[in-house]
Design a protein around this ligand. Structure first.
Ligand code: 15L
Length: 269
């Protein structure tokens, strides 16, 4: 018998949502999948509900009879404030408030390194430092981590916020030699976050076992996370395809890479 009756995954049409759709299948009798985008046909173990997470009534409806939520939904890159406000800030509020009302006790949140992207790489920060967002997108991630803090302190809704580094098939630039998170390690981190007995309010970095690291990920020990992959397998290929970076380049100074280096998005949109 599966461990959970029903797990809801928001952002299920996205890159990482699609990974979890496969990898979490054995963990619950039913995976309920939601996204604003098309998710294809439902398999026998799936329920598919296409909707906008900015619509509170809809989110209230789809969080009913759910044991846990993996919240990945939202805009995954920099965008206009209006779009970020609707999808990421209001959308995340809707998820937390609907979970509280429906008695969902644990949320795994797909946060991002861009909530702390303006820390220098060599600061080797832990996950308990004040936020230093590098973009409007990063601000929305910082907001939702604080939302998680509030919903835990006031209502006891547990959250693991995973500050994902760079989760792609393989690392494609030199920064990703430190920030890369394999799909397999991401799935393990989510599975551990769902199944350890207690997580309270936990913030971890989503990275594989890379030789270079920007972050002290001690809090991930609470989850018993043991990464299986390393960006170093791809090092030679990445170094052959890219040039040696200027250490004074803003994209190299700060953890967030191109995000802190970019201008303010609203100026050009
Ligand atoms: C993110 O948060 C983005 O969703 C992803 O596309 C990458 O840009 C990643 O951060 C990163 O920092 O590499």
């Amino acid at each position: 018998m599966a461990r959970f009756k029903r797990i809801l995954i928001t952002g299920a049409a996205g890159r990482l949502g699609s990974v979890l759709r496969k990898e979490l299948a054995g963990l619950a009798d039913k995976l309920r999948l939601t996204d604003i985008a098309d998710m294809g046909k439902a398999a026998d173990n799936e329920e598919i509900i296409q909707c906008d997470q900015g619509d509170y009534d809809k989110i209230l409806e789809i969080t009913r009879d759910v044991d846990a939520v993996v919240h990945l939904g939202g805009i995954p890159l920099e965008n206009t404030f209006e779009n970020i406000l609707h999808a990421n800030i209001r959308g995340s509020y809707n998820v937390y408030e609907a979970c509280r009302r429906n008695g969902v006790s644990r949320i795994i949140y797909g946060s991002s390194n861009h909530a702390i992207g303006f820390y220098e790489r060599e600061a080797m920060i832990g996950s308990d430092v004040p936020h230093r967002p590098d973009s409007l997108y990063g601000l929305s991630k910082a907001f939702t981590e604080d939302l998680a803090r509030y919903y835990y302190d006031k209502f006891g809704v547990e959250t693991v916020s995973i500050r994902i580094g760079s989760s792609f098939e393989e690392p494609v630039d030199r920064r990703m030699l430190a920030t890369w998170l394999s799909f397999r390690d991401f799935a393990q981190m989510v599975e551990r976050s769902l199944t350890v007995p207690r997580v309270g309010f936990t913030v971890v970095y989503g990275v594989s076992d890379n030789r270079e690291q920007f972050w002290n990920n001690q809090q991930a020990n609470v989850l018993g996370y043991q990464p299986q992959d390393s960006a170093d397998v791809f090092r030679e290929k990445v170094e052959a395809n890219t040039t040696v970076p200027d250490p004074k380049d803003i994209a190299v100074v700060y953890c967030g890479g191109s995000f802190p280096a970019a201008g303010h998005y609203e100026d050009n949109h």
